[in-house]
Design a protein around this ligand. Structure first.
Ligand code: C2O
Ligand code: CU
Ligand code: CU
Length: 427
């Protein structure tokens, strides 16, 4: 499979599904009638052609989250596809971009609703010299389902608009508490996507051995042993999981409580099992290469900016701000240069965590504050989402390699829709 060309068609449209076997139908919005949308598997160097049709009653777009796509192909709010209309998305994938990405709608003001009704799908870009290609893969795309008393997808409440929406059901690949088969001693590569509107996932697999091997933009230089994984909305990770079933230690995948400063909702208090791990025989443990790839640190920045994330509870029309302003499609918030290293200091001048996302490129986090003191990041990783906790600051570096207007925003989609977004023109 190395044709170099990839074509597919996608349609966003309503979908009726009976979720719980009691025959009751829930209306979702889905890509190609599937929840989540179809997995798109690509190779570095591929040329893509996606024929898209909007079967919804409101404008939409397809945003290729995290991928190095030119702005006019990236489904940003400036490129709406009207109800009933079609368009082609065309772009090619540069060498070195192998990683774990996703696609979701990004129309002005409707992103949150379209995503929580079911529009999201996974993208994997593979490389010919992937050092982990021998491992079997599991794909876990998390989404958050909130149903009302009639079993329909609930509209956002005031509390959701403020705190970000969280539902009763954390789904994995559209299923509630699925079972994942794993053999004793077996090594698997897991790719995880947090496609929920606002839940910051803190995941643990208490019984088994877990190595973090990849972030949003592909493999790390070396695996990192972890006890738990913090995955903000929009973020992705790759793990190598080794089956180590032990008596008395729960084998399941656990979601642990994480306090993100919500004001109107209760925070999760207890561990929740979000997937079962089904013991499936015994397998020899395969060797892992120590070095996965090389990641060169981005050097000294040629330009610096400060990005301040803040909340203004006094103004219900502009509660969530970037540098004191609410998003305006017709206002350009700054300009940058293609090919120049920028360093941004993103400050969470806020009560809540706000996961920060930048379009068009991957960045390296270089440092963040811990109790007000700067600490260097322990290892290099390519990311496009970083959680900025309340009163935390994060320094990140990146280079945009394609010209045009790029958005950056909070990936709590309710906050983004309410204006916690801005845009810079890279020339
Ligand atoms: Cu996944 Cu602008 O977002
Ligand atoms: Cu994005
Ligand atoms: Cu936010």
């Amino acid at each position: 499979q190395a044709s170099g060309r990839f074509s597919a068609s996608l349609e966003a449209a309503p979908l009726q599904a009976a979720l719980w076997g009691d025959g009751r139908q829930t209306t979702f919005w889905a890509y190609n009638g599937s929840l989540p949308g179809p997995l798109i598997e690509l190779w570095e160097g591929d040329q893509l052609e996606i024929a898209f049709r909007n079967g919804l009653a409101q404008p939409t777009t397809i945003h290729w989250h995290g991928m190095p796509v030119p702005p006019e192909q990236d489904g940003n709010p400036h490129e709406p596809v009207l109800p009933g209309a079609q368009r082609q998305y065309r772009f090619s994938l540069p060498a070195g971009c192998a990683g774990t990405y996703w696609y979701h709608p990004h129309p002005h003001g409707h992103t949150a609703e379209q995503a929580f009704r079911g529009l999201a799908g996974a993208v994997i870009v593979r490389s010919k010299n992937d050092p982990l290609r021998h491992l079997p893969e599991q794909h876990l795309l998390f989404s958050d389902l909130k149903l009302d008393d009639d079993g329909q997808v609930a509209a956002n409440s005031m509390a959701d608009l403020h705190d970000g929406r969280e539902g009763q059901y954390l789904l994995i690949n559209g299923a509630w508490q699925p079972m994942i088969p794993l053999a004793q001693g077996e090594r698997q590569r897991w790719r995880l996507w947090n496609a929920s509107s606002s839940r910051i996932l803190k995941l643990a697999l208490p019984a088994h051995e877990v190595l973090l091997v990849g972030s949003d933009g592909g493999l790390l230089a070396e695996g990192q042993a972890i006890d738990s994984l913090l995955l903000p909305p929009g973020g992705r990770a790759e793990l190598v999981v080794t089956g180590r079933f032990r008596d008395g230690v729960p084998a399941g995948l656990i979601s642990q409580p994480y306090r993100r400063g919500k004001m109107m909702h209760a925070e999760q208090q207890q561990d929740e099992v979000v997937a079962g791990i089904m013991r499936h025989g015994m397998k020899p443990t395969q060797a892992l290469p120590v070095s996965l790839r090389s990641i060169a640190p981005l050097g000294a920045p040629g330009f610096r900016r400060r990005i301040v994330l803040s909340e203004n509870m006094a103004d219900p029309k502009a509660m969530f701000l970037i540098n004191g302003r609410s998003y305006d499609m017709d206002r350009i918030d700054g300009s940058g240069k293609v090919g120049r290293i920028e360093e941004w200091e993103v400050q969470g001048n806020a009560h809540m965590d706000h996961p920060f996302h930048l379009h068009g490129t991957q960045f390296q986090v270089v440092a963040r504050t811990v109790d007000g003191m700067w600490e260097d990041e322990p290892f290099l990783a390519w990311r496009d989402v970083v959680n900025v906790a309340a009163n935390e600051s994060v320094r990140l570096r990146f280079v945009q390699s394609l010209p045009g207007l790029r958005m950056f925003h909070c990936h709590i989609l309710e906050h983004e829709d309410q204006g916690m977004m801005a845009q810079i023109d890279f020339l």
